[in-house]
Write a protein that binds this ligand. Sequence first.
Ligand code: MG
Ligand code: ZN
Length: 220
Amino acid sequence: MSIITVERKVLEKNDELAAKNRTVFEAHGLFVINLVSSPGSGKTSILEQTLCHLKKRMRVAVIEGDVQTDFDAQRIAKLDVPVVQIVTNGGCHLDAKLIQDALVNLTLDGMDLLIIENVGNLVCPANYDLGEHMKVVVASTTEGDDKPLKYPAMFRNASALLINKIDLLPYVRCTLAELKGNALKINPNLKVFETSCTTGQGIEEWCAWLEQQRTNLIHP
Ligand code: MG
Ligand code: ZN
């Protein structure tokens, strides 16, 4: 029973810090998304494609969360986008304190969009508010079509779903209608995109939507 109490206290403290982060983001007119998925779904590839599209139209920064390496941050840095790496040393999620510390290393003035790539994990990142405007979940066709039913909290708390590796659909055990149906059963408000970082399918549509969300939510 005491474990539950400790967990609740940790989450309460996290929510307080997330609210502080939110105040910082709002003060800078910064739109922030928290990109979540299981490992290997293609978050970093999605991020690369998204940055290539959006960096011509707005100023974007990235916070990379990883358990052990800075491989992903190195990929992002190649695109000439400001990036801060958080290595959690085994920690399975990012929390608001880690984001607060990472923000010190970024120039937020004049920044339009901050993308946080969370640690690959569909469980606890669902419960840790970082102060972001929205969570975006990536689920790839290679993971099958039952992920939304197995990890409902993540799909319930997300605003958008990117069904990635859509080009592999003919080769994997995944029915697109089933995956979509399962996701929408958990969260009927999810905005769903079908994407491929190999063919580029859906990337433009996703980026246009993201830009629109920023316009809707940020009042400079
Ligand atoms: Mg990654
Ligand atoms: Zn965790």
